[in-house]
Design a protein around this ligand. Structure first.
Ligand SMILES: C[S@@+](CC[C@H](N)C(=O)[O-])C[C@H]1O[C@@H](n2cnc3c(N)ncnc32)[C@H](O)[C@@H]1O
Ligand SMILES: Nc1nc2[nH]cc(C(=O)O)c2c(=O)[nH]1
Ligand code: SF4
Ligand SMILES: [Mg+2]
Length: 220
């Protein structure tokens, strides 16, 4: 059995991505290889954060006990966890519907097997300060079950988003979501931009959990 550094685990409705509104079990792993300016989970990202060490069996037991179908692996950055491939495959073998929230800097090819998780893969826009870390080879592995997500905070981010969608023809390879950096840009500004640029095949999404619970509340 391997051990995984888990910052928090909870059942909630998914506030983001293509399964927004559905129940999911969230497993939030410790540590991230990036440092986005706006990150709302900085508490998970440092080496000295407090976490519990859980085995694959501990995680399976938690899911079984709670009778969920959907599992969201997030963080921090889930794909840099030691032996995460083993956990993902075990969850898939046990017929869980696995979603990975990943930052777009990690090669997803090792996780593309016949049975595979769905990805919500960020493209980190300029205001994150992490744009130069993006691994652009990933897009070839995506399907319409996956999401490429652009978290945007200003017009510079929106213009870059439009450019990347066009360059990689993203809307024909995956679902494309735009989401505001919480509190940094009016959602209506994003909608106006979509109208102006006739972005008919992208989705705008707000982080639902931040409207249901306090924005800083953990474990929801
Ligand atoms: C906290 S990250 C964890 C997973 C992974 N590290 C990543 O970046 O995708 C989960 C999602 O929250 C988004 N996010 C983080 N901080 C945010 C904020 N202040 N406003 C809106 N979305 C945010 C990220 O862009 C990412 O899509
Ligand atoms: N309710 C809820 N939905 C979420 N979807 C993605 C989350 C994340 O932090 O990755 C998240 C989260 O933290 N809470
Ligand atoms: S990649 Fe994700 S967890 Fe890491 S700093 Fe950025 S938003 Fe936060
Ligand atoms: Mg993501």
């Amino acid at each position: 059995m391997n051990k995984y550094k888990v910052i928090e685990k909870f059942i909630s409705i998914n506030g983001e991505g293509s399964r927004a509104g559905q129940l999911s079990a969230f497993i939030r792993f410790n540590y991230c290889n990036l440092n986005c300016s706006y990150c709302d989970t900085k508490y998970a990202n440092t080496v000295d954060a407090s976490y519990e060490l859980l085995t694959e069996q501990d995680i399976l037991d938690y899911l079984n006990d709670n009778n969920v179908i959907n599992v969201t692996l997030t963080g921090g950055e889930p794909l840099i966890q030691d032996n995460i491939d083993i956990l993902i495959n075990l969850l898939l073998e046990n017929n869980y519907s696995v979603e990975i929230e990943t930052n777009g800097s990690i090669d997803i090819k090792p996780f593309i097997n016949k049975k595979r998780p769905i990805f919500t893969l960020d493209y980190k826009t300029p205001s994150s300060n992490m744009e130069n870390k993006m691994y652009l080879n990933n897009y070839q592995y995506l399907t319409k079950n996956d999401v490429v997500k652009f978290v945007v905070g200003n017009y510079d981010d929106l213009n870059k988003t439009k450019e990347i969608i066009n360059t990689y023809d993203l809307t024909n390879h995956a679902k494309v979501y735009l989401s505001p950096v919480f509190g940094m840009i009016e959602p209506s500004t994003i909608v106006d931009y979509m109208i102006k640029h006739q972005m008919n095949d992208v989705y705008m999404q707000l982080q639902m959990h931040k409207f249901i619970w306090d924005v800083n509340q953990r474990g929801v």
